[in-house]
Design a protein around this ligand. Structure first.
Ligand code: HEM
Length: 325
């Protein structure tokens, strides 16, 4: 089987990003389908003149929206984000039909592509959330720790993120979960650094991993039945506004199956064994939570040929054809 080309989910981490979470208005489906089919072309148009800008965009589609956009089979793991209520902390599920994850080496390129996309979608969607993320100092989150070190790279990243033979209709696709966290930085900064380090599981200055039972790193290191580590690809970004005292981390995790990220979230919010919860959550509140399917680039382009789900046949380049190819 020839694996369809993925969207640029594996593109290297960048210094600037724009996260747009949108809901699709009733009747907005044709506009959205056309935009999604043109997305790679828009990225090329805006980014071509700035080769060093490394502009990219990834689009994800939420569970309820999938059936409105596509008249055909569903990706096996696509479902709404599952809310978690722990003894102390909650991971809420919040609305989102579309995710646009725009990345570049320069914020103006994210802004430019985001503006083009929104000018096409205006009148067909509502904005549920918009976050401008930036790189902070030497790849730190606003808690002051280097974030992203243990991300898989190269072949391991592709293996962790891209759907393969397990769901052949959707090979080259991926799942992505996003959550917006707001930090109580005053309370965090009152903690002695050594205590912060035990919570995270790494040294703050040197980023070296330490042995700390129940740390964030330990809770998020999970293994499958074969004893191998199960990984996700994160591209968390700090965001905030000093003027209004808002400080946050936008969590974004890509994976080949949402189960892996969901297990990590269960560990963080519901605990694991003797550990009741991830103590990062005592200083970080999740205010959004949404799960999306990221179609392969080929499938995304073919969406333009889909007719209204439930009312017409799949178009000449529709999913029905992809399935039988
Ligand atoms: C407030 C939000 C969060 C912050 C500030 C944060 C920060 C960090 C930091 C500083 C590290 C250590 C360095 C690294 O390997 O990246 C880390 C590791 C990690 N985090 Fe988070 N994180 C957050 C939320 C999450 C969530 C929601 C998940 C998963 C659902 C997650 C999954 C992971 C994983 C898988 C690792 C690597 C563990 C390892 O193998 O060493 N994080 N995070």
């Amino acid at each position: 089987m020839e694996v369809p080309a993925p969207q640029p989910v594996l593109s290297p981490l960048t210094t600037a990003s724009l996260f747009l979470v949108l809901t699709v208005d009733p009747g907005g489906e044709p506009v959205v389908r056309e935009l999604l089919a043109d997305l790679a072309g828009l990225q090329r148009s805006v980014g071509f003149g700035h080769p060093d800008g490394r502009l990219s965009v990834v689009a994800g589609i939420g569970s309820a929206c999938w059936d409105r956009l596509v008249d055909g089979p569903r990706p096996a793991g696509l479902h709404p984000f599952r809310e978690l209520q722990g003894a102390r902390h909650r991971a809420p599920a919040t609305p989102g039909d579309l995710l646009l994850h725009i990345r570049a080496a320069r914020q103006d390129l994210c802004f430019s592509l985001g503006s083009e996309i929104m000018s096409r979608l205006r009148g067909a969607v509502a904005v549920a959330d918009e976050v401008t993320g930036f790189t902070y100092l030497d790849q730190r989150d606003l808690l002051g720790f280097v974030d992203g070190t243990e991300n898989p790279v190269g072949r391991a990243a592709a293996e962790a993120v891209l759907i393969g033979a397990e769901d052949p209709d959707f090979a080259g696709g991926a799942y992505v979960i996003v959550q917006k966290y707001l930090h109580d930085l005053d309370a965090w900064n009152r903690l002695p650094v050594e205590q912060q380090e035990r919570i995270v599981g790494r040294r703050k200055l040197t980023n070296v991993e330490i042995d700390s039972p129940g740390s964030h790193v330990e809770l998020n290191t999970i293994t499958g039945p074969d004893g191998r580590e199960r990984q996700i690809l994160r591209d968390n970004m700090p965001f905030g506004s000093p003027g209004s005292g808002e400080f946050g981390t936008y969590f974004i995790g890509y994976a080949r199956t949402p189960e892996v990220t969901e297990e990590m979230l269960r560990h963080m919010f519901l605990g694991d064994g003797p550990v009741s919860h991830d103590r990062i959550l005592d200083f970080s509140t999740a205010v959004t939570g949404t799960l999306f399917f990221v179609p392969s680039a080929d499938l995304l382009e073919d969406l333009g040929a889909e007719e209204d789900a439930g009312t017409g046949e799949a178009g000449s380049l529709g999913i029905g054809d992809l399935r039988s190819s």
